[in-house]
Write a protein that binds this ligand. Sequence first.
Ligand code: NAD
Length: 425
Amino acid sequence: MAYIEPAPIKDKENPLESMMERFNLAAEKLGLSDEVYNVLKNPAKQVIVSIPVTMDSGKIQVFEGIRVIHSNILGPAKGGIRFAPDVHLDEVKALAAWMTWKCAVVDIPYGGGKGGVRCNPREMSAGEIERLMRGYTKAMLDVFGPDKDIPAPDMGTGPREMAWLMDEYSRAKGTTINAVVTGKPLVLGGSLGRTEATGRGVMVTALAAMQKLKINPFQATCAVQGFGNVGSWASQLLEERGLKIVAISDISGAYHNENGINIQEAIAYRDSNKGTLEGFKGGDKLADPMDLLELDVDVLVPAAVEDVITVKNVDRIKAKLIVEGANGPTSAKADAIINEKGIMAVPDILANAGGVTVSYFEWVQNRLGYKWTAERVNRRSDRILKDAFDHVYEASQKYNVPMRIAAYIVAIDKVAKTYTFRGGF
Ligand code: NAD
């Protein structure tokens, strides 16, 4: 359950178009000028490198590495590095832009970036992955930097790879610079509170939304899809605040209990059972795990994978509130029907922004040369998430748009205004 910096894996055919669809709607509502629209539509920088790596066989293999900086108007670019066999420039461009909007929604001083290396880490030894990560870092020495572009883990990478990146960058600069990357192991300057950060943000935004919808947490029911990092932390924290979690699920199936599932027990069971809920007896197993999404609950938290709420099932969804722990769980076409049904959906770029917020705290602590307590990290990230929710809610009222488009409006407006004030173009 390694930390992964937020990134959507929406429409696999063309992720750039999927992101642009929502961007365009928000830009139109906002009355964005053509000039600024064109600037924000295009990434500021795209770098493609070839990375020769000596494989264990002794042969040299050349890998393609990409880094895209979509915008650095608000501050240094921030975004993960994805190691995957099918990663491509269009995808990385979409993910980089998406990071710009996400950081802007939670008002942290970062632009958006993303990286990718076309490789299959599952088929590579630890030594090969290390040489690839170091090679990628060397090739990106002029791109990365604590004031320029700060990578983090994404699919196929984790704290181990970030440690290699930090070391390679520091060797080249002749001094330890841990603020060049986030998602590091704790001992290298990672932040306390980061593991639970995303689930915590889901809890904070869910409670804020419930307040607006006048749903009493102590009388509310909730179903959570996905019981990994985000889903299990969100379940635990929501349960602690009074909600009855009546269903949870993971790749092994969905488990339902009208009287409420004991989340501590479920976590303990998963941890003692190779990370899966298979065989969990705290609830009845649903015949079809996707039925979890259609249960008659107040709050639904999709926290597993993308594209699970689609035109195929959205008609049968009964929840009053959806809080997107996962990235891209709702397809663009289902969006419209959710809105027609009057369901409030707290979008991914807001609901799961707790992760990037604590990444930002990791960078702040590294630069201060100081370590905050978990309590301080939690308090500060709760405040950021609550403020972000309030801004997005206000925008949704002002522009009479759903929360998703309102989140894009808040983000685009901030970047556009900063761009216009800075000028120089
Ligand atoms: P994880 O790997 O820790 O957990 C994923 C969970 O989903 C597992 O329990 C897995 O069994 C389950 N799952 C997989 N396929 C499923 C399916 N079809 N139906 C039901 N359950 C299924 O991952 P995570 O870190 O919890 O991430 C979950 C989602 O949240 C992803 O979309 C991720 O991009 C997003 N996200 C994560 C973070 C973070 O900090 N970890 C931050 C922002 C967004």
